[in-house]
Design a protein around this ligand. Structure first.
Ligand code: ATP
Length: 419
């Protein structure tokens, strides 16, 4: 067996809301490496980290790739640093690039670090100390915050993964309306879903492959397989040049951010979990269109939210009734509310308790506390205060999952089409 000595390269925090994208920078680097006869050992990786990280530009993604650590590795290091220096958006206060070179095998402590970068907050100092302890070559530009994500991007094990094909625009078109033929996107979805997914939000007529920022990405198509991406790219028509494209292996849509919580009170703010609870009250909408309700278990209770951008998902949530047992998946945000990404019905409460019906056919009313019921029509009285159980039909179904729409989905959220 030939053992290859591997050089892992991680890059993060090169872009700003006004432009650039770390994946584009990586694709430029990869082109230059290829021009110099240096090939990657696998697809480049786009790794999404803690969705609540404070300084993220958009989706908190870091990039990494691997090459053979041979006599060309020195040149590769030079190319990487030159391109980061050349293309990063240094003018933005929040752009603090970090580059990591690491030689050798990924250890279990590195994997643990990567999961920490998904579940928790890590400081630049923590990342630097950890990077030094495992023998990384660390390059910090400005504050160098990107080293946090760069180390995680090279270290995360991908037991479950998806692919994303990113097509890039010509620089003179940055910031202008993207010239994508939407009909062809519908056709692509028809021909390749569910191998590709998250292409279109049909209810909102929202083309999800098209970014809404001035970045270099023309479109991004997500898929379980590379073959489906190649087919999808052939179907999608655009009326502007594609200067480059690149396929990344990613942890997007794997639910890797979700931890199994022991119970409600064990969950912490800015963590993402799945937890089982009983619906305490009927969901209701507040001003702004957000919908809230509580779930409870023996350890405590937490408010759950389906926010306005989740659109029709709120209608589904509104069908929940007190007594329903559900498993919710999501994260605890700024307001300490559990933002639901999806839920599974564990057990529906299909019995409600109503006042009895009188012999005359009219529903009775309460005769007062502990005084039973009376009929307003015929004056009949019942002494017992017991309401009568009535079986009701439910729109929701036991065991079934319900999810937020594509337009409101987190990068890491696993869609039902992948479950
Ligand atoms: P884009 O999606 O356009 O690539 P982004 O949303 O990934 O942008 P970055 O510019 O990469 O945003 O900034 C995210 C910053 O957060 C990086 O500096 C990264 O190192 C850092 N970061 C990542 N994970 C964590 C974490 N768990 N704790 C603290 N900081 C983190």
């Amino acid at each position: 067996m030939i053992i290859i000595n591997i050089l892992h390269i991680g890059i993060d925090d090169t872009d700003s809301p006004d432009g650039m994208c770390t994946t584009f920078l990586a694709s430029q680097i990869i082109n230059r490496l290829n021009d110099n006869g240096i090939e990657l050992l696998d697809y480049p990786r786009l790794i999404r980290l803690n969705p609540f990280a404070r300084f993220k530009t958009r989706g908190n993604g870091g990039v990494s790739f691997q090459i053979e650590n041979d006599d060309k590795a020195g040149l590769a290091r030079e190319i990487v640093l030159e391109e980061v220096e050349k293309l990063s958006m240094f003018d933005c206060d929040n752009t603090n690039p970090g580059v990591i070179f690491y030689e050798g095998e990924i250890t279990s402590e590195m994997e643990d670090y990567a999961f920490r970068a998904i579940y928790e907050f890590i400081t630049i100092e923590d990342a630097e100390e950890f990077g030094n302890s495992i023998g990384c070559e660390i390059h910090k530009f400005k504050k160098g915050r990107g080293i946090i994500g760069s180390i995680a991007a090279i270290s995360l094990p991908l037991t479950d993964f998806t692919f994303e094909l990113l097509a890039y625009r010509s620089s003179q078109n940055y910031g202008t309306k993207r010239q994508i033929d939407y009909e062809s996107v519908y056709e692509m979805d028809k021909q390749t879903f569910p191998d590709t997914f998250e292409n279109i939000d049909y209810a909102e007529k929202y083309i999800a492959i098209e970014p809404k920022t001035p970045c270099p990405v023309l479109y991004g198509i997500r898929s379980n397989t590379v073959d489906a991406l190649i087919k999808a790219k052939e179907i999608v028509k655009v009326n502007e040049p594609i200067v480059d494209w690149c396929i990344f292996k990613t942890n997007q849509h794997t639910d890797m951010h979700i931890q199994k919580a022991k119970n409600i009170s064990s969950m912490k703010q800015f963590g993402c979990y799945e937890v089982v609870g009983e619906v305490k009250n009927k969901p209701s909408i507040i001003e702004g269109g957000h919908m809230f309700f509580y779930i409870k278990d023996e350890s405590g209770e937490i408010e759950c939210g389906a926010y306005e951008p989740t659109k029709n998902f709120r209608k589904i949530v509104s069908y929940l009734l007190p007594g329903d047992v559900i498993k919710v998946f999501g994260g605890i945000g700024e307001q300490n509310t559990f933002n639901i990404e999806k839920f599974q019905v564990i057990k529906l409460n299909d019995i409600i308790y109503q006042n009895p019906i009188c012999e005359c056919g009219k529903r009775m009313t309460s005769a007062g506390a502990n005084k039973g019921f009376k009929c307003k029509k015929c004056g009949n009285k019942i002494e017992s205060d017991d309401k009568v159980p009535v079986k009701i039909d439910r729109f929701l179904e036991n065991k079934k999952f319900y999810e937020t729409p594509v337009s409101a989905r987190r990068h890491l959220s696993k869609p039902l089409s992948r479950m």
